[in-house]
Design a protein around this ligand. Structure first.
Ligand SMILES: [Zn+2]
Length: 680
């Protein structure tokens, strides 16, 4: 029998064969449809229990199987799994769409929603009801049939345009190569980068070195290449993507996307696309976001200008540069950083042995939240590299299962992420504990050309990799400590501009003496990382923070400009963008370049009217951490408050309410500005 159709607790990886997925998911979709039919066919009047709660309980096994499948497709994929994904994805999106268009179901949810004031619901139940109702209404459920049809048309058109936008950016990225055959042109580049470029050339059956517009090739070139002429060439090529009056030009695509998004918002009776998006965000309104961005801009500007002038003077002194251009920023910034801090990864790595860092986060989780992590070897995994842990509280009650998969391999996508194999919920009096996982790509040490980990050659993390581990572990804690009734609101099921708080806040412990002392010990000598190094790390972490902040704010403001007003009068993408950038530009404009035509975050991905959330989350994490800092970073009272009001609460209430319960006041950007060294 198909192991995915039997009840299981931990994911039965060893029994699953690829051919099990499609039939299992087909059958589970049918089962879930039957569960939904049972709700719509119920002859009793709609109530919270028989409709809203019942809907949250549907599709339990389907959720579990799809999470196993998509996690595998990210962490241990192959051609076959990818092919299956192409079959499964449309099935799931059709199923989801049908559900949102199910009029009988909506009618029942709406009846409960309209009577909510006369019901005695817990705050969590109110939130679940609101979330479900909005899920339908934001998808057009309350519209007339004609308007519904217009909405469908817009959605079809928008998804085509987003796809086209992405394809154009990809085509333009792939179409360009900087082919160098003179070794002098590589001056300044680290050996590893040169080797990579030689390898790229080889793959394309060419002599010499090839650099491309992909980040792993582009960024190091802009950071280290001594040739200003070549940096300029590559930078202009990068900035001109999908802005070159050829078949891949995205100018028209951008205008069509923003206009359709506006129309869609208007149909649903929102003032703009941003108003529509932000309704389900902690920030709530475009006015709030704009004033948030402008306030930070005002405060970051003096530091940014100061840093820019410093950098300009440095470039002039070093190479006689008179006007600092976009293609100079990264290069001189790196040079200045080296001069000021002389901090390189190789010096730090011996203090960050992977096993020590893992024990470090576990110790921190114990000190803060009384969690105990015990490695176990009796549950299935999808790869021998995956480690598994039983997470308990001090009374040995099971809190969660935790999977950790640290090293890169063919079949794993890049980056790092947290995910789960089982959601937490409380049903029929039982608290089902979650199965949480983190996946990273920390390089294994290489010995004679082979990746190995031995006692004398352990896996050593860069500082950046260490903060990544803390970041993902912070997300994991949000999942592990989840304690809500409904799975639809559990763990990381929160508003988008709130989800990075638990992850980012934990990164703060990477910079504190008191926590580093617990685990940052030299792998050979056992010596604790010297304070002087910690100080340097802290100082270098905020290096050029003013300019960095300005850059992030400029993207956020551009995004808001595109999405918070009626765009029907916009004719010229570049002119509009230039205007949006006018308050944040430090470098001279490059007329051949346009950011919007390749701004995939907001035109292809899901970040429209959401780019600000990067800074928003930083404000939250700095403010939250300052609360810890005041009383001690391992203060139990603050830790309990963070656990009880934030980590365990998922999306059960509006995040601003939860945050204020923890903090006792609104989030204040001052802590971030201080941490970033922008104010004293
Ligand atoms: Zn994150």
């Amino acid at each position: 029998m198909n192991p995915l159709l039997k009840p299981f607790n931990t994911a039965p990886f060893s029994e699953i064969k690829n051919e099990h997925f499609l039939p299992a998911i087909q059958e589970l979709i049918e089962n879930t449809k039957a569960e939904v039919d049972a709700i719509t066919n119920n002859s009793e009047a709609p109530s919270f229990e028989n409709t809203v709660e019942a809907l949250d309980y549907t599709g339990q096994q389907l959720d579990r199987v799809t999470s196993i499948f998509f996690n595998l497709n990210s962490a241990e994929t192959n051609d076959e799994i990818q092919k299956i994904a192409q079959n499964i994805s449309p099935l799931l999106s059709d199923f989801k769409n049908d559900l949102l268009l199910n009029e009988v179901l909506f009618e029942r949810v709406e009846k409960v929603y309209n009577s909510k004031d006369s019901l005695t619901l817990t705050p969590e139940q109110e939130t679940l009801l609101e979330k479900q109702y909005k899920g339908f209404s934001r998808n057009g459920a309350t519209l007339s049939n004609t308007d519904k049809e217009s909405l469908r048309k817009i959605d079809v058109e928008l998804s085509k345009l987003k796809l086209k936008f992405g394809e154009n950016v990809l085509a333009e990225t792939n179409a360009y190569e900087l082919h160098l055959s003179n070794e002098e042109d590589l001056s300044g580049l680290p050996d590893g980068i040169k080797e990579m470029a030689a390898q790229t050339a080889k793959e394309k059956e060419k002599e010499g070195w090839i650099f491309t517009l992909d980040y792993p090739s582009y960024v190091p070139f802009m950071t280290y290449a001594d040739s200003r002429l070549l940096r300029k060439k590559l930078a202009i090529a990068f900035g001109a993507r999908a802005f070159q009056a050829n078949e891949y030009d995205n100018q028209d695509t951008v205008l069509k996307i923003v206009k359709l998004r506006h129309q869609r918002a208007k149909l649903l009776r929102y003032q703009s696309h941003a108003h529509f998006v932000l309704e389900e965000r902690m920030s709530k309104t475009p006015e709030k976001v704009n004033s948030f961005l402008k306030d930070l801009l005002e405060k970051a500007m003096p530091a940014a200008i100061r840093e820019f002038k410093e950098l300009e003077a440095f470039a002039k002194e070093l190479d006689g540069i008179n006007t600092l251009e976009k293609w100079d920023g990264g290069y001189y910034s790196e040079k200045l950083k080296q001069k000021l801090f002389d901090l390189d990864d190789e010096k730090l790595k011996p203090y960050f042995k992977l096993e020590n860092v893992i024990q470090g986060v576990f110790t921190i989780a114990k000190k803060l939240y009384d969690l105990e992590f015990i490695e176990i070897f009796n549950i299935d995994t999808y790869h021998e590299d995956v480690k598994t842990y039983r997470v308990t509280d001090i009374n040995d009650n099971l809190i969660a299962l935790f999977y950790a998969d640290f090293h890169p391999r063919a079949g794993k996508r890049g980056g790092a992420w947290m995910t789960s194999y089982k959601s937490q919920q409380i049903k029929d009096g039982t608290n089902d504990r979650p199965h949480v996982s983190i996946v990273c790509n920390f390089t294994k040490p290489v010995l004679n050309g082979v990746e190995v980990t031995t006692a004398s050659k352990p896996s050593l993390l860069t500082f950046n990799e260490m903060t990544t581990l803390f970041h993902e572990f912070g997300h994991a804690l949000h999942g592990i400590l989840a304690n809500t009734t409904y799975k639809g609101l559990s763990g990381t099921s929160v508003f988008w501009d709130f989800v990075e708080l638990p992850s980012q806040v934990l990164e703060n412990w990477c910079y504190e003496k008191e926590s580093l002392e617990l685990f940052a010990k030299h792998y050979e000598t056992g010596e604790v990382i010297p304070m002087e190094l910690i100080k340097k790390i802290k100082a270098s972490a905020t290096f050029h923070e003013g300019m960095q902040t300005l850059r992030q704010l400029s993207f956020g403001l551009l995004d808001m400009s595109w999405h918070s007003k009626d765009p029907s009068e916009i004719k010229n993408v570049k002119a509009f963008e230039k205007d949006a950038f006018s308050t944040t530009q430090l470098y001279p404009d490059v007329k051949e370049n346009c950011m919007s035509t390749a701004f995939s975050h907001i035109f292809q991905g899901g970040y429209s009217a959401g780019y600000y959330s990067y800074k928003w989350a930083e404000v939250l994490d700095a403010d939250a951490f300052s609360h810890f800092k005041e009383k001690g970073i391992f203060n139990k009272e603050i830790a309990n408050s963070f656990k009880n009001h934030i980590l365990s609460q998922g999306g059960t209430q509006d995040p601003m309410k939860l945050y204020k319960k923890f903090r006792g006041q609104d989030p204040n950007p001052e802590a971030l500005l201080k941490r970033a060294g922008l104010i004293k």
